[in-house]
Ligand binder design. Structure first.
Ligand code: PLP
Length: 393
């Protein structure tokens, strides 16, 4: 018998991907340059040249080695490279034993949630949030508890989080720099969260894990991103090179279970068990090798910084309201009517593709990705203008 939950998930694809698919179709009809697809977070800058050079030199390796399975947690050399990188950058005593290579951040998140929850547990997310969080939490048989971020500054709302944590809470998921808002949680916010979680752990008598989803860690415009595991011992970091090295289709990332976690050894076993039970045999072998060699390649944020300036200046001139982003490459723009879906549908009439906020657990906003060419942003501005004027009629 078909699984009804899977049927529903399949019939209602992720709204971001649905809009992206519509954009591809529409481009085929009216021409690529006439569609302003700001839907998906596909990096617009190329992967650094080191990645290509590295792949070319790896092709000299014997194919049976190059394309063979790796151990499930990954190649020891790749895990050592990740641990060394974390030690160097954040001063954490990271060991390779606590690093598990994954197929991007999505699988890192699924595995982490499955590893540290039991059906019926509650997992807290901070809204607006990456839509797949709800799917992954519910896939683990858990309850997704949404806590709105503080609307004044889009930092975590510690008081509301305090009220939301119960004896059933096993984890809190955070994402900074944030998709969709672009906010970066300050050190003060992370310290307050860590303090709250420590207090609540004592109160409920079991660990409350912090799952820190960090695919945009390097994509910031001057802001400092506190390394969460340095503030809270029960932290599991989920990382991906999808954005920092522009490798989204290669599906490569990792889980790092903090070496300071009291039950780290068991959590690492549970991560391995969850990976096994979810069918992840190993992360892509070629890209584990690429990462091992390219882990220190710098992230090029210049193009995104220029797009951000161009885009915000354009929207300022047109009088749109948005949250100035400190990181990632999304602009969170206030819809011109309460119904974000209706606003997004109206924008579509101008071939402007904006993701309505409902799928992020928020009302009345849209997300516009600026990881596109500067030309696309420039050319989209008349569509934004026409969209605004259509509300004045
Ligand atoms: N988490 C957030 C906040 C994201 O924005 C994304 C992708 O856009 C992911 C996780 C998934 O990343 P990956 O493509 O590495 O699975």
């Amino acid at each position: 018998m078909i699984n009804n939950r899977m049927l529903v998930l399949g019939k209602q694809p992720n709204p971001i991907r649905a809009l992206y698919a519509y954009g591809l179709q529409r481009k085929a009809q009216v021409g690529e340059q006439n569609v302003f697809d700001l839907s998906i977070g596909n990096p617009s800058i190329p992967a650094p040249p080191q990645v290509r050079q590295c792949i070319e030199s790896l092709l000299e390796e014997p194919p049976e080695v190059l394309h063979g399975y790796t151990m499930s947690p990954g190649l020891m050399s790749a895990r050592e490279a990740v641990a060394a990188n974390l030690q160097r950058r954040f001063g954490i005593p990271a060991t390779a034993a606590n690093v598990y290579m994954t197929s991007g951040a999505t699988s890192a998140l699924y595995i982490s949630v499955a590893a540290i929850t039991n059906p019926g547990d509650e997992v807290i997310v901070n809204a607006p949030y990456f839509p797949e969080y709800k799917v992954m939490i519910e896939s683990a048989g858990c309850i997704c508890v949404e806590v709105p971020m503080r609307h004044s500054d889009f930092q975590l709302d510690i008081d509301t989080l305090r009220r939301a944590i119960t004896s059933q809470t096993s984890a809190v998921v955070i994402n900074s720099p944030n998709n969709p808002v672009g906010c970066v949680y300050t050190e003060e916010t992370i310290k307050a969260l860590a303090q709250l979680l420590r207090e609540k752990q004592d109160e409920v008598g079991h660990p409350i894990y912090l799952i820190s989803d960090e695919p945009y860690r390097e994509i910031v415009y001057g802001a400092q991103v506190p390394f969460t595991a340095n503030y809270y011992d029960n932290t599991i970091v989920c990382y991906s090179w999808a954005k920092s090295l522009s490798l989204p289709g290669e599906r490569i990332g990792y889980i790092y279970v903090s070496d300071r976690m009291q039950d780290a050894a068991d959590v690492v076993y549970a991560v391995q068990g969850a990976g096994r039970s979810l069918g992840y045999i190993c992360a892509p072998a070629l890209f584990q090798r690429v990462i091992e060699q390219c882990i220190d390649s710098p992230t090029d944020v210049e193009a995104y910084a220029r797009n951000r300036a161009l885009f915000t200046a354009g929207l300022d001139e047109l009088g749109y309201t948005y949250i100035p982003p400190d990181g990632a490459f999304y602009l969170w723009v206030k819809a011109l009517e309460d119904d974000a879906q209706a606003f997004s549908d109206r924008a579509k009439e101008f071939d402007l593709l904006l993701v309505p906020s409902d799928c992020f657990g928020a009302k009345g906003w849209v997300r516009a990705s600026y990881c596109v060419s500067a030309e696309t942003i420039e050319r989209s501005l008349p569509a934004w203008k026409a969209l605004k004027e259509s509300y004045a009629r």
